[in-house]
Design a protein around this ligand. Structure first.
Ligand code: MD3
Ligand code: FE
Length: 205
């Protein structure tokens, strides 16, 4: 385990190849029921470069008028999100250090040209809950800074099987994906990168 700025934790190579393949099998089943779609940004309606879907009770979506939010159903099919696979629940219980289960798992798919600009994740009610990120497929350059846009940032190369746990001060850190390194993993037949983020959305009572 390595510490990143503001107490973010990087667990390099956490998942074995067999575990990555098993998790990918779970993801394929989810995507068969809840297809990846291209979200559009609020106000501008511009397409994001990353394709998304979700599993769990709640999923993160964009809305042209209402901005970003969580909802219980797929915005294209209108069906409830598929359940969170037991494998993901166990990983959260093992690693998150948080006494309540996650409610959402956002699944991001990056093609070779995709990236994600520097942003904060602040659509959840409870910032005391960590975010657990799992990388699968091609490696990427991931950038993380502090709680303001103006501060310095650190860049790391995230590879298939790596975990990043955003706890404490890092929970509100600016972060983004600068680039994908195509052809660096054989896990996904067509190439590209999948990132899973497990999140608690509502404040537990
Ligand atoms: C730091 N995803 O879905 S994962 C996102 O690789 C997102 O797809 C990126 O940023 C990806 O919102 C980065 C690592 C990550 C996830 C959530 C964070 C870093 C974070 C929340 C707070 C601070
Ligand atoms: Fe994010």
């Amino acid at each position: 385990m390595q510490l990143l700025p503001n107490d973010a934790k990087w667990i390099e190579g956490h998942l074995s190849t067999a575990e990555q393949e098993a998790l990918l099998g779970d993801i394929r089943q989810i995507v068969a029921k809840a297809p990846l779609y291209t979200p559009t940004m609020p106000r501008t309606g511009k397409a994001m470069r990353v394709q998304m879907t979700n599993c769990g009770a709640l999923g993160w979506v964009t809305d042209k008028h209402e901005g970003y939010r969580y909802q219980s159903f797929h915005p294209v099919t209108a069906k409830p999100w598929p359940a969170m696979p037991p494998r993901l629940l166990s990983m959260w219980r093992e690693l998150a250090g948080y006494p309540h289960d996650p409610e959402a798992c956002l699944i991001n798919y990056y093609g070779p040209e995709a990236k994600m600009g520097l942003h904060q994740d602040r659509d959840e009610e409870d910032f005391k809950a960590p975010v657990l990120s799992i990388s699968l497929g091609d490696a990427c350059r991931f950038r993380i800074g502090g709680a303001t846009r103006s501060g310095g940032t650190a860049s790391i190369r995230l590879s298939s099987g790596d975990i990043v746990l955003l706890t404490g001060r890092s929970r509100l850190a600016y972060h983004g994906v600068d680039r994908i390194y195509p052809g660096t993993s054989g896990l996904l037949k067509g190439g590209g990168r999948i990132n899973l983020t497990l999140r608690r959305v509502t404040r537990p009572d």
